[in-house]
Write a protein of this length. Structure first.
Length: 346
């Protein structure tokens, strides 16, 4: 099993300097590269200071100049916000600028806050249909001389300009949850990214079952890869681990509030949640975060990841977004690199 880092710029408080956040983002990515991690993933979001990532290709091209070996992936591009020709060309240009280290992860998106602003009237169903139309078109555009007649886009014969340097094209990943998304990805030969979010390992097992069912339904397709994305914290004491669980619980309270899209937002920042609101959440709690997510000392983390490896996951992505301070993120990542990854050598 390979290991990667999943990371964005986070901002909950207006006092946090955005330039400094980017410098911290770069340092964490450089640590991942020096530590021998396989890949770095960063996504796309708009108008949300909670997760700052307006164009992942910009960040990844910058990272390509600051790292040496790590693969660099979009985790993920929000497909409905892109015209197929534009996505094909920008991804291919990034692949050239990154010397062939690009991985292209694509999703339908998750936040109605973004849909309202970039694609008014679009719901999650339409977003999924747009993703299913965009992605095969992008691959055909990379091949060249492709004309498209679809539900959402129509254009005459076009070739991506430029074309990627990886052959036949950069690896493609689809963020999948429901069985139909797994079926779409596998039937097209695309790799799969999954996350159980706050759910426990029953969901991790179920996600793998959905992937395996899709593979069984497409025996003529070589088995794609599947990556598991989870919030991870490697602590150095019980008190430190408990603090990590509390911080990740706070993160999920904000994540849930953004997802519901009911709370006032000003300057791209959600109206702060009170301690009482966080404590009264019906199913988020530090105890549940500790149980469900990968939060513990190095030995506990290794045990969980061995289980995921045995289930058949090809890659485990350390989701570092957590609302923690830079210093705490850095310490946890370094413990993961130095104490956890060596248990999976080879």
């Amino acid at each position: 099993m390979k290991f990667s880092l999943f990371i964005h710029l986070e901002r909950i408080d207006a006092s946090e300097n955005q330039k400094k956040l980017y410098e911290e983002f770069l340092e964490l990515c450089e640590i991942a590269d020096r530590g021998g991690m396989h890949a770095i993933w960063t996504g796309e979001h708009h108008g949300m200071n909670f997760t700052i990532a307006p164009n992942p290709f910009l960040s990844l091209v910058d990272l390509a100049r600051r790292t040496e070996n790590v693969r660099l992936g979009t985790g993920t591009v929000i497909a409905p916000f892109w015209h197929p020709i534009k996505l094909a060309g920008e991804a291919a240009m990034a692949d050239i600028m990154m010397d062939g280290r690009l991985e292209v992860g694509v999703a339908r998106g998750a936040y109605s806050y973004e849909y309202e602003r970039l694609m008014p009237g679009m719901d999650a169903w339409e977003a999924g249909q747009r993703m299913r139309e965009v992605l095969p078109a992008v691959v055909k555009l990379w091949d060249g001389d492709y004309a498209h007649e679809g539900e959402f886009w129509n254009f005459p014969a076009t070739t991506s300009a430029p074309q990627p340097i990886q052959e036949p094209h950069p690896p493609v990943w689809v963020a999948a949850r429901d069985p139909n998304s797994h079926e779409f990805a596998v039937s097209n030969g695309f790799n799969v990214q999954v996350t159980p979010l706050w759910n426990d390992d029953r969901e991790v097992h179920s996600l793998m079952e959905r992937f395996n069912d899709a593979c069984a339904n497409n025996p003529h397709i070589e088995r794609p890869k599947i990556m598991l994305l989870r919030h991870t914290y490697v602590g150095d004491s019980e008190a430190d681990i408990q603090r990590g669980a509390e911080e990740i619980n706070r993160f999920y309270n904000y994540f849930g509030a953004w997802f519901k899209n009911e709370r006032p937002i000003s300057q791209g920042l959600i109206h702060p949640l009170s301690d009482e609101e966080i404590a009264s959440h019906p199913f988020y709690s530090p105890q549940e975060m500790r149980r469900a997510n990968v939060i513990g000392d190095a030995a506990e983390v290794i045990e969980r990841l061995k289980y995921y490896e045995d289930l058949g996951y090809d890659e485990y992505s350390f989701w570092i977004d957590s609302g923690m301070s830079f210093e705490r993120k850095k310490a946890s990542l370094e413990r993961f690199i130095n104490q956890v990854i060596p248990a999976f050598d080879g």
